[in-house]
Design a protein around this ligand. Structure first.
Ligand code: TYM
Length: 338
């Protein structure tokens, strides 16, 4: 039609590692926002299995965890037609671009990454080059798709910053090749804390009782929340510094219901921690139970999962290929002739 302007949607990329059990932190900090953004943006959501290899994995377990993660993506409502859902390792350009970007990243900047410091302390017997260069692979994931926006939790902010630094350095040398990505970090729930040590982030690689898994059954969720560390004051007041335990539970409720902290406090302060923890449990269960039911249905349908995997891989590869043509040309690698 004449005069019709077609405005391309902006692009989103985000990824989740298929290690262990996805947690309520992953859900509130990232996965939930994937769904909220799917209509407004052109989205790629990846199960970043190459990143998982930076710590030792049991191969059979990892393979299962990859499919489980894809099924959770779908069960949380992501539409595989609207979004490109795929495994990172099945699009070889991620590793290829990561290598090229390695050559534009400095040892000094990588050694400042807090995740590297944490993980090398945790896996002192296996401080491998992959762990060190992890943020460069993440930069490649993002830059490969000319991404505008990256929905992540607060812990990934530093990795987004280094991605921007690498992109800027590359663009300064070769002209505007990469789009400069922005982080999308939720206002509430960007850092869901451990139930046992509420000054630390909830993490899927910590012991079971410290996190709620997306697939935890209702009785398990209730038990874990009842045992969550709070304090002896029995007040439902939002004060992350002095009352990190109860403030974390309030944030979880706030993130899942959209309610403000004052509102939650007005309803539950004075009723005791037991009643409040039960109310948080009701709230978490009402969000996770439908996802679990969908998960059971979807994970039984292997043919469907396979079809999502193949179509995701093909659609992602087509976009990645165009970026690689450009990057290869810029840095002077021989042109790909088909
Ligand atoms: P990963 O797998 O550790 O976590 C996936 C997403 O969940 C968020 N998240 C949290 N948000 C709030 N509270 C928490 N306790 C919590 N724990 C985790 C993370 O911030 C993340 O958004 N390096 C990434 C994966 C990755 C990636 C990418 C992300 C690889 N390439 C490109 C975005 C774009 C990671 O390990 O996330």
């Amino acid at each position: 039609m004449e005069n019709q302007t077609v405005t391309a949607k902006k692009r989103i990329f985000s990824g989740i590692q298929p290690t262990g059990n996805l947690t309520l932190g992953n859900y509130i900090g990232a996965l939930r926002n994937f769904k909220l953004l799917e209509d407004e943006y052109d989205c790629l959501y990846s199960i970043v299995d190459l990143h998982a290899l930076t710590v030792r994995q049991n191969p059979a377990e990892l393979r299962k965890a990859c499919l489980r993660t894809m099924a959770i993506f779908l069960a949380s409502g992501l539409d595989p037609e609207k979004n490109i859902i795929y495994f990172q390792s099945q699009v070889a350009a991620h590793a290829e671009l990561a290598w090229i970007l390695d050559c534009f990243t400095y040892m000094g900047e990588l050694s400042r990454m807090t995740q590297f410091k944490d993980k090398s302390a945790k896996h002192a017997d296996n401080i491998n080059c992959g762990l060190f260069a992890y943020p460069v692979l993440m930069a490649a994931d993002i830059l490969l798709y000319m991404t505008d926006l990256v929905p992540i939790g607060a812990d990934q902010k530093q990795h987004l910053e280094i991605t921007r630094d690498i992109a800027e350095r590359f663009n300064a040398l070769y002209g505007d090749v990469f789009v400069m990505p922005e982080a999308y970090i939720p206002k509430v729930g960007a850092r869901v804390m451990s139930l046992q040590e509420p000054t630390r982030k909830m993490s899927k690689s910590d012991p079971e009782e410290t996190y709620i898994a997306i697939l935890d059954k209702p009785d398990v969720i209730r038990r874990k929340l009842r045992r969550a560390v709070t304090d002896s004051e029995n007040r439902v007041l939002f004060d992350p510094e002095n009352r990190p335990g109860v403030s974390n539970l309030m944030s979880i409720m706030g993130a899942l219901t959209g309610r403000g902290m004052d509102d939650i406090s007005a309803e539950y302060d004075g009723r005791g921690y037991g009643a409040f923890k039960d109310a948080v449990a009701d709230c978490v269960i009402s969000v996770l139970e439908p996802i679990q039911n969908e998960y059971d249905r979807i994970s039984a349908d292997k043919a469907y999962l396979e079809s999502v995997m193949v179509s995701g891989r093909e659609r992602a590869s087509a976009i990645a290929y165009r970026t690689m043509l450009k990057v290869r040309k810029k840095v002077g690698l021989a042109a790909l002739k088909l």
